[in-house]
Design a protein around this ligand. Structure first.
Ligand code: SF4
Ligand code: MG
Length: 328
């Protein structure tokens, strides 16, 4: 039941009151060890806020973020003391923009070595050996150690970001739009690297992205977010083959496919209007203002996220009917 609500002050002269943006509004999710759980949705749906709450970086977070470490369960919504130190080692983040996230004044040795020094107390020749080893794993070489970020391409810089995230040997990695800033030509290389490292290092990924084709390629299961809530959750292949929520159906219909026959003759579904203001979301089903199936009931009655098939959840009153549409 994770919630992250931000206070929003209205501009002066309008209204003096404070409204709340419910960026994340009662999310329940679980990732199994070794899996890649995708979080998708449009910009502004709360997926990045969810990611930063999982990283323990949202003091406003309410509810729980339970993380099972080797010997105990840690609540990342309330980190302190030894729990915080363990969590910072075991849960790491890959940033979106390798140009903005690497300090141009530091060498690769300093950038990648810093978390090992700070979190594990590694120094001297052991530090150099371990940095060399992790650089090798991401496809960089020892002679890169003393170079600065400007000497590298976008793809190589993202390899450095990944090395920095993985150097402390984490167990869970939160990747927020990890390949979105990269050229299409290097994107698949980095995605393959991310997959190989998962197998080699026993990693669990929370993979946040607006790009549904990337998510389809990488994730075992997917949660779809809309206005701070999960509206559908399913194993990836099932979600793409037959979405059980109208919002997912529209998102998937917009994914370009190399061979249009591969996904049937599904037409592109245009959503009505814009994403509503998260500070003033619609009542009833939050998606009803844009949904092509909406009825009067949808404007007043909030659909619960419920199991609609084994391992599949949907928050739509008419999820069963949608299954019939998809099958026809
Ligand atoms: Fe659309 Fe109604 Fe389902 Fe909401 S509950 S997604 S408005 S059909
Ligand atoms: Mg974001």
């Amino acid at each position: 039941d994770l919630k992250v609500h931000f206070p929003l002050r209205r501009p002066k002269g309008l209204r003096r009151s404070i409204t709340w943006v419910k960026a994340v509004d009662g999310v329940d999710l679980a990732a199994d060890p070794g899996e890649t759980l995708g979080i998708v949705g449009e910009s502004g749906c709360g997926k990045s806020t969810l990611g930063s709450a999982v990283l323990g970086l949202r003091p406003e977070a309410r509810g729980e973020v339970r993380y099972r470490s080797k010997d105990r369960v840690i609540d990342a919504a309330r980190l302190d003391g030894e729990d915080e130190a363990t969590y910072r080692r075991e849960v790491r983040m890959i940033f979106q923009d390798p140009f903005a996230s690497l300090n141009p004044r530091l060498t690769l040795m300093e950038i990648v070595g810093e978390p090992l020094r700070v979190l594990h107390g590694v120094t001297g020749s052991e530090l150099e050996d371990r940095v060399t080893e992790i650089l090798r794993r991401v496809g960089l070489r020892r002679e890169h150690l003393n170079r600065y970020p400007h000497a590298f391409s976008g793809g190589q810089r993202q390899r450095v970001s990944i090395a920095r995230a993985l150097a402390p040997e984490p167990r869970l990695v939160v990747a927020d739009e990890a390949v979105s800033a990269l050229d299409v030509s290097v994107r698949s290389q980095i995605l393959n690297l991310v997959q190989d490292l998962q197998d080699e290092m026993d990693l669990t990924y929370l993979f946040i992205s607006h790009d549904l084709s990337v998510v389809e390629h990488l994730c075992n299961r997917v949660a779809v977010m809309y206005l701070g809530r999960v509206v559908e959750q399913a194993p990836t292949s099932e979600l793409y083959a037959q979405p059980r929520h109208p919002y997912t159906e529209a998102l998937i219909s917009a994914v370009p496919v190399p061979d249009p026959r591969a996904r049937g003759s599904r037409e592109r579904i245009r959503l009505n209007g814009e994403l509503p203001d998260p500070a003033d979301p619609p009542g009833g089903c939050p998606f009803h203002t844009r949904c092509r199936y909406a009825t009067e009931r949808c404007a007043t009655e909030v659909p619960e996220l419920r199991e609609v098939a084994p391992g599949r959840l949907s928050a739509c009153h008419y999820s069963e009917d949608l299954a019939l549409v998809g099958a026809s």
